[in-house]
Design a protein around this ligand. Structure first.
Ligand SMILES: [Zn+2]
Length: 428
């Protein structure tokens, strides 16, 4: 059966499959029929498998590819060879949501996390890291939650300090991370502490870190608290959804072939125009989120189709196949083992929203500023992109904070995908 599935899969990826090429399932012999007729009938009835999205294939594999460690492709379009798993308990960390099996990464990421956990505790007094999603055993796209985290160089760290005891596996499934927000635009001063600021600063301080993603409100607070030494702020970038965890992205290992870095950040601390533009987007998103669905209105635009194996670098096929790990595929094109991966519980609470009075005030403010002020020049209205180029659109035109429909992510051009900050978690 596995061989059949593998055969089907290979055929699929090599090109179009006609019904005749698919070996028909053995039908129980019922009425005698001419052999040629029976073959014809069976051929017509044989289901033509759909091409499973790459996220189902990678989501179904439970062990790493037994190859030398390599981050292949880009953060949102790639895979991981020779992944290693972060031990679920370390001296200064604990891995959460073990059922997801996403505590895998490139050795560079594991070295970094162990160092950060140790330094943050010894030098800053942060009690230890609660580690969220890293990568799947062979990286690749995930069924739930992320569009990046594909090459073993991304990790989510909860903003909840580690408790002073070993959590049980069940607690690691059930405990929710803590939201740092008071409302959609501001950090809750009763929850955020100076230790949180030190932790993010520490995380950004290592040369192998390419970027750190946090919610815009957290970025704003860090801008206010940074003081004179502001160089580290350049790597700390705003992005949707990062209000109960932050996201660490490492650069490719030096000299790694086929691993695609994002452009290095500029020296700009990001506390000026960029942050202001993020706040414009946040306000619009808040109004959009509260908009009632009009009966009879057109359904919301659907996101880009999911990545297929053919969209990933060619070597990702080898990564998926190595060591006989190829997942079995149902005749209807689904991957049964992948369905289990969908059960993972969100790590944190839903994003906060304004109450009715505050929303009305925001709407009045937005329409007032539209009517009262002269139109802003184009460059000012467009958010500065991750690469600092104004030519790549950010989600301003689509105010809904739905990363799946954000330009420049999965199916965008390679340059766009590299130029904008890659989205991460889908807010629910
Ligand atoms: Zn993340």
């Amino acid at each position: 059966m596995q061989r059949l599935a593998l055969g089907l899969l290979l055929l699929l990826f090599c090109g179009a499959v006609s019904a005749e090429q698919v070996k028909p399932p053995k039908a129980p012999a019922t009425t005698p029929a001419a052999p040629a007729d029976a073959a014809k009938k069976a051929a017509v009835k044989a289901p033509v498998p759909k091409k499973p999205p790459a996220k189902e294939l990678f989501g179904a594999v439970s062990a790493p590819a037994p190859l030398a460690a390599r981050a292949i492709g880009s953060y949102a379009k790639g895979c991981l060879a020779g992944g290693i798993s972060l031990p679920t308990n370390g001296p200064d960390w604990q891995v959460m949501r073990l059922s997801r099996n996403r505590n895998w990464g490139h050795p560079r990421l594991l070295d970094y996390l162990e160092r950060l956990a140790s330094d943050a505790r010894a030098l800053d007094g942060w009690p230890g890291l609660l580690v969220g999603d890293m990568a799947q055993p062979r990286g690749g796209p995930m069924i739930t939650g992320h569009s990046s985290h594909q090459i073993g160089l991304d990790a989510d760290i909860w903003l909840t300090p580690m408790p002073d005891r070993i959590l049980t596996p069940q607690e690691r499934e059930d405990i929710s991370a803590t939201s740092m927000l008071k409302d959609p635009f501001a950090v809750d001063a009763a929850i955020w502490t100076p230790l949180h600021t030190k932790l993010i600063k520490r995380a950004a301080s290592y040369p192998q870190v390419s970027r750190i993603f946090v919610h815009p409100a957290i970025k704003k607070l860090l801008c206010e608290q940074a003081g004179k030494n502001r160089a580290w702020l350049a790597k700390v970038r705003p992005w949707w959804g990062h209000f109960y965890h932050f996201h660490i992205r490492l650069s490719c290992p030096p000299g790694a072939e086929g691993c695609e870095n994002q452009k290095p950040v500029t020296g700009d601390d990001g506390c000026g125009t960029e942050l202001a533009n993020w706040y414009k987007m946040l306000r619009k998103a808040e109004v959009a989120a509260a908009r009632p669905v009009t009966p009879g209105a057109a359904p919301p635009a659907r996101g880009k189709p999911p990545l297929s194996l053919g969209d990933l670098p060619r070597e990702c096929m080898t990564v998926l196949n190595s060591g006989g790990g190829m997942p079995a595929i149902n005749p209807d094109g689904t991957v049964p083992a992948a369905l289990k991966a969908m059960a993972g519980k969100d790590a944190g609470p839903p994003a906060p929203h304004l109450d009715d009075a505050a929303l009305a005030a925001l709407k009045a403010q937005l329409s007032g500023s539209k009517a009262g002020s002269k139109p802003a020049p184009d460059a000012a209205a467009k958010p500065v992109t991750e690469a600092g180029s104004a030519s790549v659109p950010l989600p301003e035109s689509k105010p809904s904070p739905e990363p799946a429909s954000t330009p420049g992510t999965q199916a965008g051009s390679a340059s766009a995908a590299e130029a904008v900050p890659l989205p991460d978690h889908k807010p629910h």
